[in-house]
Write a protein that binds this ligand. Structure first.
Ligand code: NAD
Length: 463
């Protein structure tokens, strides 16, 4: 049952959608431009908020939050007109004279539930798609990045149409209360456990949804590759945001002949990027809260790091850590690490590495460093994941031309660029028939002659 008494703002959003305000292309463009203005004019406030949540550098915030979002907006603005054009389809002779088409139409009022690790991007990138598709949106940023959540709420209120976009801050109770309401679409980013709760709440109203979840993303380093480049890229991708990235390489599977080199170069890369004491580096972020710090300390307690391993509770600091000789059965390999701990496991034959990946759940991404075509094909054919990146990491999610999403336990549905526009739209089919001719053939009574003729017509002219 809808309960707009609890959230009167929702009634306002429904009313705006009913009036068709958000369907207008001009309105969509103006909202996207206003969102862009928010990112430009408030860039410093946003960087400060993200720094207060994670101690992240302004450069990293630009790369992974504001800069990314501005590109996503530019891409949507550039393609909006073509995305919204109805698609004409052919009409078989049997149904002529007629015209057929379908168009991508907005769902209505959508709910976006964001996660804390990229607190701006994970709430606002879905919003870009939702607005481009002509929806009204309710955004619930994560309570675990409170400074960013508050600038989203305060900032968007000033820039966007308040009758169509509403930001609601809060934690679990707020999220649960929201899910009591009926939405036309739900876009959720976060963990499996909560994802299941969101899905059961959505089931009550049969609300369609997207699940952007996590998982353990493996990175295979084959014998045939440039280990120095692979090391630098892996270290960059793993320790960005202190490992709190859904797409970060969770663990590395390296050919045994290249293991020593990889470990040496990765340690050198850590020092080159963050200095001898990463704690002092302005580019090395902190763990989001005490709960996650303790979780990582527990994982570290049962292991012997090759390098790193230091933690500092008051600072919420966990050093960039490399762990060698980790058993596939160890605690580190049972669930997503989501922090700066990088287990490295050596393999003799690619099949062993593929078995380790297949024995786990489907990851959001698989990374592979190899210049060997056969190895690339084997990995592609014998694994499943939301995405793949060969010879680099993370960038498959940076391209607005590639859909981004998971498979199996890493989620379902996709967004970014056109995929996001399609996610927040449904396909509405329209067949426009002529009134005449109106032959009696289609109507009862169906005698055997008529039936035989109908069968022939359907076989010959329906494709
Ligand atoms: P989180 O704790 O921030 O939770 C996500 C959102 O769910 C928050 O807004 C939170 O308030 C809300 N929530 C909490 N309890 C709820 C409930 N009972 N009902 C409805 N909503 C509720 O984030 P998290 O869950 O710790 O997320 C981390 C996970 O998200 C990791 O597994 C990570 O890999 C994954 N992740 C995936 C992506 C992706 O794009 N696929 C991106 C980022 C993170």
């Amino acid at each position: 049952m809808q309960n707009d008494q609890v959230f009167p703002e929702l009634a306002l959003l429904r009313e705006s959608f009913q009036q068709g305000i958000t369907r207008e292309l001009t309105w969509r463009r103006l909202q996207l431009l206003a969102l862009d203005r928010f990112l430009v004019e408030r860039e410093k406030d946003i960087a400060d908020a993200v720094r207060d949540d994670f101690r992240k550098s302004a450069a990293e915030t630009f790369l992974t939050e504001t800069g990314y979002l501005r590109d996503e907006i530019r891409f949507a603005l550039k393609h909006l007109k073509s995305w919204t054009k109805p698609c004409r389809v052919s009409v078989p002779l049997l149904y002529q004279p007629a015209k057929g088409s379908y168009s991508l139409e907005p769902y209505g009022v959508v709910l976006i539930i964001g996660a804390w690790n990229y607190p701006l991007q994970l709430s606002l990138a879905p919003l870009v798609s939702a607005l481009a598709a002509g929806n009204c949106a309710v955004i619930k940023p994560s309570e675990h990045a409170p400074h960013t959540s508050s600038i989203i709420a305060e900032g968007l209120g000033h820039y966007l149409d308040g009758s169509a976009v509403w930001v609601i801050e809060g934690g679990v109770e707020k999220a649960k209360a929201l899910l009591e309401q009926q939405f036309d679409y739900i876009f959720y980013t976060g963990s499996h456990a909560i994802g299941r709760e969101v899905m059961s709440a959505a089931a009550r109203y049969l609300t369609p949804l997207t699940m952007e979840l996590g998982g353990k993303c493996p990175c295979i380093v084959d014998e045939k590759t440039d280990i120095r480049v692979a090391s630098r890229r892996i270290v960059w991708a793993k320790f960005l945001n202190a490992g709190q990235t859904c797409l970060a390489p969770d663990y590395v599977l390296v050919h045994e002949k290249r293991e020593d080199e990889l470990l040496r170069f990765m340690q050198e890369a850590i020092t080159a990027f963050y200095g001898d004491d990463p704690r002092m580096s302005g580019d090395y972020p902190r763990i989001v809260n005490e709960f996650h710090l303790k979780r990582l300390e527990t994982l570290l307690a049962d292991s012997s790091p090759l390098s790193g391993g230091e933690t500092e509770a008051g600072e919420r600091y966990v050093a960039p850590t490399i762990l060698r000789g980790v058993a596939p059965t160890s605690a580190l390999m049972q669930s997503e690490i989501f922090g700066p701990l990088l287990p490295v496991i050596a393999y003799k034959e690619l099949g062993e590495a593929l078995d380790i990946i297949r024995n786990g759940k489907e990851p959001l991404a698989i990374y592979l460093f190899s210049s060997d075509r056969e190895v690339q094909e084997r990995v592609m054919h014998h694994s499943r994941s939301g995405g793949v990146c060969i010879n680099d990491l993370l960038f498959q999610a940076a391209l607005h031309t590639l859909p981004f999403g998971g498979i199996g336990s890493s989620g379902f549905g996709a967004y970014h660029g056109k995929a996001g526009f399609e996610t927040f739209s449904f396909q509405r089919s329209v067949l426009h028939r002529a009134l005449y001719p109106d032959p009696a053939l289609r109507y009862p009574p169906y005698n055997s002659r008529k039936f035989g003729f109908l069968k022939q017509l359907l076989t010959l002219f329906s494709l």
